[in-house]
Design a protein around this ligand. Structure first.
Ligand code: ADP
Ligand code: MG
Length: 590
């Protein structure tokens, strides 16, 4: 084939591919334009998950009739003029590509009236073909309608995910912008249903409630920190509220949602020693920096940025979050942990406290690890769910245990063939229930019908997740049906959860749920079961009768994988006789 310049339609579809990947990308570009136009009200209508219609209307400054045909051509922008401006960008847009790109892959109509004009203009672009503009009476502002997205790029349509997923991307995106711009009133409708309505009164916590649900929003801790020319404001979760992955950590830099691994690391580090390995906080953080400290021209959809002083931004972020956490949380700090292998004679006066911590931390670091899988489980990324069906640990599965008693209403102490075992009663019970339920699942899991069905309203993103999972839930004994927008009716719960508040039983399941790109049914099921068990298991702090303790031990012995809970954390710590002897100086450390 000879070398030739691509036809303009082909070239523009290639370019469009970079900007418009999915319906949510169209919403993003149109929202950014409305925000750049200083809108105080933005209304978004979506139909058919954005494939049939996306309409964004704003009351911003509008576009002059004479400029409308230019606005829809490539590389046409009012936001920058020369390349020096690229390093001083104050607006969200600057490439002049969005309208042209969207117009080339949809049936596109833009109607706008400039705030100084007496009439408006409408212009249609059909799959890249620009039609004649018409004048018409319309209020000041701009409305863009994007119909039949990707009608002329069928391959792209095939790559879209399910409607549920595409809708969720849109919901999340709009909610994030609503958080970044609390002074703008946002209304989002999907298929005629209101999904998000903010008042524009400047209250970020209100938006937080739409994003996470009222309960979580109430718990989130406020971060506010101003230093010289920079400012960090937003919310982070208390240490009691975590997720199994980093996806709920979000940033806005100068009003732009960005992904940044190093900022994420800064937030996670701020929680250092506060959270279990494999657990992550939630965060919504808004950072303002001087415009020339950030290069936004590094990513086609402007989703990533580069900092002039990355280390400084990292430390500002980490410091701001850490301070907020310390202000709100009392955490037992471990002072002077005893060095484990040091011979006793030299440990002098560290005291009982110290040696206690010494032992447990040493064990957590993996003394028993050569045989067990504590370290492996702790370090693996728990979000995959692969830990759930943990493999058998040969030879170590079933230590025969003799109960000694309960300590701190949290741990059981038992003697085994090779020393002492400390068992976390909650983790152990989780494991026991998990294996029981997974076994029962093959036939059918007993359910308890509620005398009085309960209705529960969820944030829209959770509601969508739940809809996906209804079939799985019903196999597990949860009979739940949709009941109006974002509302569900619970008719039965698994017998295992007898006595528990049905609403909170259901909430646990959706709270932490992840969108899996290609979820295996069995994996989801295992995840849901693990979550039910976590809820149903006895808690730390719960007094157990001698019989209950015995029962728990023997049930645990009978498990296929007794050593870890379904989430991969250890159920037991083993102190070998050998180790005890060393610790008591009965055997000299050589
Ligand atoms: P960019 O935002 O990068 O400048 P776009 O293709 O998104 O490029 O938009 C082109 C131009 O059209 C913008 O620079 C702006 O002048 C104008 N424009 C687009 N949307 C709006 C809007 N909602 N209100 C006012 N002007 C708009
Ligand atoms: Mg734009």
């Amino acid at each position: 084939m000879s070398i030739q310049i691509l036809r303009p339609e082909v070239a523009s579809q290639i370019a469009a591919g970079e900007v418009v990947e999915r319906p949510a990308s169209v919403v993003k570009e149109l929202l950014e334009n409305a925000i750049d136009a200083k809108a105080s009200y933005i209304k978004i209508n979506v139909e058919g998950a954005g494939k049939r219609l996306i309409e964004v209307a704003d009351d911003g400054i509008g576009i002059l009739s004479s400029e409308l045909p230019i606005a829809v051509t490539r590389h046409a922008t009012s936001k920058i003029t020369d390349s020096a401006d690229l390093f001083e960008i104050e607006t969200l847009g600057f490439r002049g590509e969005a309208l042209a790109s969207i117009g080339s892959v949809s049936r596109f109509t833009i109607t706008s009236r400039n705030n100084e004009a007496s009439v408006g203009t409408r212009l249609r672009v059909n799959g890249g073909l620009v039609e004649e503009p018409q004048s018409l009476g319309t209020p000041v502002g701009t409305t863009v309608r994007v119909e039949d997205l990707f009608f002329n790029v069928p391959a792209r349509l095939k790559f879209l995910k399910s409607d549920v997923t595409e809708r969720r991307h849109i919901d999340e995106l709009v909610t994030r912008y609503a958080f970044a711009y609390p002074g703008i009133r946002f209304h989002l409708h999907q298929d005629g249903r209101p999904v998000l309505q903010t008042s524009g009164n400047g209250d970020r916590r209100e938006v937080l409630a739409a994003l996470y649900g009222a309960d979580i929003a109430r718990q989130m801790l406020k971060v506010i920190n101003e230093e010289d020319d920079s400012k960090v404001i937003g919310f982070v979760s208390p240490i009691s509220l975590t997720r199994s992955n980093r996806r709920m950590i979000n940033f806005f830099i100068n009003g732009r949602p960005v992904q940044d691994a190093s900022l994420t690391a800064a937030v996670v580090q701020a929680y250092h020693t506060f959270l279990m390995v494999g657990r992550f906080p939630l965060a919504m953080l808004y950072i303002e920096l001087p415009v020339n400290a950030v290069d936004v021209n590094v990513h086609p959809t402007k989703a990533e940025v580069r900092f002039r002083e990355p280390k400084r931004v990292f430390s500002i972020m980490q410091g701001s979050v850490r301070r907020a956490l310390l202000a709100h949380t009392q955490i037992p700090e471990i002072e002077n942990p005893v060095e484990w292998m040091r011979p006793l004679a030299k440990t002098n006066s560290t005291g009982i406290e110290g040696s206690h911590w010494g032992i447990s931390t040493q064990f957590e670091r993996g003394l028993d690890v050569s045989q067990g899988r504590f370290t492996g489980a702790d370090q693996s990324d728990l979000k995959t769910g692969h830990d759930i069906a943990s493999p058998k640990i040969s030879g170590l599965d079933t230590p025969i245990l003799r109960l000694v008693g309960q300590v701190a209403t949290t741990f059981l102490v038992a003697e085994g063939p090779d020393g002492l075992y400390l068992i976390d009663q909650h983790a152990a019970h989780e494991r026991v229930l998990f294996e029981k339920l997974m076994a029962q699942r093959k036939e059918s899991i007993p359910a308890q019908v509620l005398l009085q069905p309960v209705t529960v309203e969820l944030p829209s993103s959770s509601a969508r997740l739940l809809i996906d999972q209804l079939p799985i839930l019903s196999r597990l004994g949860f009979q739940v049906e949709p009941f109006g927008p974002n509302t569900f009716i619970i008719r039965s719960i698994p017998t295992l959860l007898h006595g528990m508040d049905p609403t909170s039983a259901l909430m646990v399941l959706v709270e932490d749920f992840e969108e899996d790109e290609s979820p295996l049914e069995t994996e989801i099921e295992a995840k849901v079961v693990a979550r039910v068990c976590k809820r149903a298991a006895v808690k730390a702090g719960q007094v157990l009768s001698h019989e209950e303790q015995e029962m728990l031990l023997s049930d645990l012995e009978a498990c296929d994988s007794p050593r870890t809970c379904p989430h991969g954390r250890p159920t037991m710590i083993h102190l070998s006789v050998d180790l005890l002897e060393r610790q008591f100086g009965r055997r000299g450390a050589r």
